[in-house]
Design a protein around this ligand. Structure first.
Ligand code: SR1
Ligand code: MG
Length: 415
């Protein structure tokens, strides 16, 4: 089918004309569509049967421009291929932790997938102080499996490079290179910030040590093809309920540094933590929620590190350090030391790279709803200043971190 941008009428016809997707609906005439895409890039439709409301699908379509800016900013539609490929791979490597893909059509830049009717995008309920007790368990399983099993620790060099060649995603990488690692820290027309924090923003843009460190982190992001990363794993890319967790929107995925994904989650939880100084006036309620967030960050890291290490011990089948390499007296201990060192570097990357995600949200093109929804500009500024301080310290200090506690302590020191 030749590419055309769908609307709420044509998307229904599209789905019902495809036998694979039409079979989801017992009463095709009752299917109605609504557009719910509030993201920065794509059209997202929910198609739902009015007769049997449990029967529903998501249709996601890439438009040939950056939606948040408009048609003046062209953008390759190839991103939907990366999204479809990544979602299908997730299902193999970490089953049940992403929506199922029912159809993908390259020419139309469309993915049809499972509608998670019982889930919410994580960002909003976190602002409402909801808790998700299984989130760290689920997400650590997802991250450990996807990152380990797409790396040189598990795959042969040939298999890894073959997979990597299917995820050369230059246009969406360029968005992150620009909007996470460069433009927010210099004069750029799309940058926005609260006028009440202009002094802080100027200080960031002139902080030599910070800019040197961000340049190093950008280089890591651009050159370290360590594993298949989601590359936009903020709390708007995670759907949750108390029993289940799903990772959505992997259109930015490519082979990059593992810490970028874990770091995006950590920094978004940190921004949520700080946002409650404005959202939650009652100190007891606020401290309880902030305590929950710190526990979640701690568990996420510790569970990830434990599961990643266990996977590695169980299946050291990759190109990097094969079993035979450790076949000498003391080799077992040397392998343990190597794993410890490798995982510690992921920890450091997590907070260094993650901090660029939170810092850019304070002074770049896009904010996060946790902070942007604080109506009072003074209260918002006070939250933003805290986020800038934590992010700055994570960036300047991450190479000395020995455990997750070093990162969490900075959060509690900068309140
Ligand atoms: C220009 S698009 C802005 C941001 O939206 C996406 O979610 C990515 O985070 C990107 O940086
Ligand atoms: Mg997205």
């Amino acid at each position: 089918m030749e590419y055309q941008i769908l609307d709420t009428t044509t998307v229904v016809a599209y789905v019902l004309n495809n036998a694979e997707t039409a079979s989801h609906f017992r009463d095709p005439l009752s299917v109605k569509a609504r557009e719910i895409g509030d993201g920065n890039l794509n059209l997202v439709f929910i198609l739902q049967s009015e007769t049997f409301p449990q029967e529903a699908l998501i249709v996601k379509q890439a438009v040939p421009y950056l939606r948040v800016v408009g048609e003046s900013w062209p953008l390759s539609r190839e991103r939907m291929r990366f999204e479809a490929q990544a979602l299908m791979l997730y299902e193999q490597l970490a089953p049940g932790l992403a929506p199922k893909v029912f159809a993908y059509e390259e020419a139309m830049s469309i993915v049809v997938m499972e509608y998670l009717i019982e889930h919410q995008v994580m960002r909003q309920p976190l602002v409402a102080r909801q808790k998700f007790p299984l989130f760290a368990e689920h997400l650590s399983t997802f991250l450990a499996n996807v990152l380990f099993k797409t790396s040189d620790l598990y795959l042969t060099g040939l298999a890894k490079k073959d997979l990597q060649s299917r995820f050369i995603n230059p246009h969406l990488c360029k968005i992150q290179e620009d909007f996470v690692f460069s433009n927010p820290y210099m004069e750029s027309p799309e940058n926005k910030h609260n006028p009440l924090i202009t002094d802080e923003v100027s200080a960031v843009r002139q902080n030599v040590e910070l800019k040197l460190a961000i340049a190093n982190l950008k280089e890591k992001f651009m050159t370290q093809g360590q594993a298949l990363i989601h590359s936009d794993l903020h709390t708007g890319s995670i759907m949750v309920n108390p029993a289940d967790t799903r990772i959505i929107d992997p259109e930015f995925s490519f082979f990059g540094p593992m810490g970028y994904d874990i770091g995006a989650v950590m920094s978004n939880l940190m921004m949520n933590y700080m946002s409650h100084f404005a959202h939650t006036a009652d100190a007891e309620q606020r401290e309880a929620h902030q305590g929950y967030l710190l526990d979640t960050m701690r568990s996420l890291w510790n569970l990830f590190a434990f599961k990643f290490d266990a996977l590695w011990v169980r299946a050291n089948t990759g190109e990097l350090v094969p079993e035979l390499y450790w076949q000498f007296e003391g080799g077992e201990q040397a392998f343990a030391r190597y794993r410890e060192r490798y995982i510690r570097q992921i920890l450091r990357d997590t907070f260094g790279l993650g901090a660029c995600e939170s810092l850019r949200r304070m002074m770049g093109l896009v904010t996060v709803w946790d902070v942007g929804s604080i109506e009072n500009a003074e209260a918002r500024a006070s939250v933003e200043r805290r986020i800038i301080r934590v992010s700055t310290r994570w960036i300047l200090e991450h190479e000395s971190f020995m455990s997750v506690e070093d990162a969490l302590r900075i959060v509690t020191e900068e309140v």
